[in-house]
Ligand binder design. Sequence first.
Ligand code: PEP
Ligand code: MN
Length: 475
Amino acid sequence: AKLRSKSNEMGEIRPILASLKPSSTAIPEVPAWTPTSWQSKPITQDVVYDDYKKVETALEKLESLPPLVHPQEICNLRQKLKQVANGEAFILQGGDCAELFDYCNQERIEAKMKVLLQMSLVLLYGTNLPIVRIGRIAGQYAKPRSKLTEMVNGVETHSFRGDNINGFELDQRVPDPERLVSAYFHSAATLNFIRSSLANGFADLHKPFDWSLSHVQDDVIKERYQAIVSKITESLKFMGTIGADKSAGLKSVDFFTSHEALMLEYEQSLTRELKDPETGEKHWYNTSGHFIWIGDRTRQLDGAHVEFFRGVQNPIGIKVGPSMKAQELADLLDIVDPHKETGRVTLITRYGKSRIEGLLPGHIQAVKKAGHKVVWISDPCHGNTQTASNGYKTRHVDDVVGEIMSALKIHEQEGSNLGGIHLELTGEEVTECIGGSSDRNEDDLILRYDTVCDPRLSLTQSLDVAFLIADWFQK
Ligand code: PEP
Ligand code: MN
């Protein structure tokens, strides 16, 4: 990886990687895309390092390491997202706001897989649709921040920007390029554990009672969950009797990984030109995860992130917040989805409960008019963050559920369909959000407030949300 110099939008001189050869699949009229073409565009949320020799060494190492995910898996997800866009499947995407390297241990990964599997069982039962499970996991290590510095204990210091940039501890706040390589290995270890668990019966539908609910704090939720499990167990028994339960699909499930592809140096180093397993054609795959999304702060039409995203074969997400103009959304889709491919783009809307009604209908109409067939999912967390009277950043379950219910209704009214939800959650009984069947209030926040970034739904609150969505589909 050769380095050359350029100045970023703040006028600072920083080295960047030299461009690789242009892609053979470049679209005519549009400037050629390469894994490094983003470097000539303005970058928001850029990281400035002290020592670019170390950045170069880290990126060279990353470029030499094998892909984390396989093109076949990326193709499989593309197929599934096509189904979602057509209303034939439903997405459950969720996980931490900021995944720490420390979360790479058996207990935490199992807890997150369990909550997602339990929720997907409830959603499967409620929606009667196959559920596409996508974790915010195995790479959700970079965070956009509204301020690059913050005051901690009277000292102005770098904000925490995610474990692949700097550490949460105060003595770790200077951006460290070696964390980029560390991110790869934590991602690999997390992915390995997920894969081996699933390959060895973790999600076997014949034993969903093993996905213990012992930590769930609400008896009604427990009973409703057990009732679904009993019905499934009965059906499986019957299928066993008639010999129809030999399907591999009952023994395991697909599980995909995702993260915000914010740190483009990292993403670029794992973007490889590989054969499409079905057509044999070569494409650029971002092998750092199956699904990547652009955050609401980095989606500028002429910016570096949009440039990077337009060239990768992975299905991509775009966060759509209240500042998105309808025409801007159509223009953005023309850039990243020039072939108007069903399910290529997932729009992750995050307006806030009080703003969704004024914004979503116009966005749905603009996308339809522009001729793009996207997947629409609702992120009911990021527009509903508030500060509690005791200073904690929190969210109320009623607002979260309120935004989802509005999204379901609006899509129905507009002749569109809500294809899923995107949540910040954890499999543990944290006290970061308020409300829900466990009836958490502001005074409870202090009990177990573990997040280093945004507040996450607890296990019980996550199941609350799943049941309320299931109920809407059953109405
Ligand atoms: C996030 O998903 O954690 C996030 C920062 O979201 P957004 O880009 O929608 O603000
Ligand atoms: Mn967040």
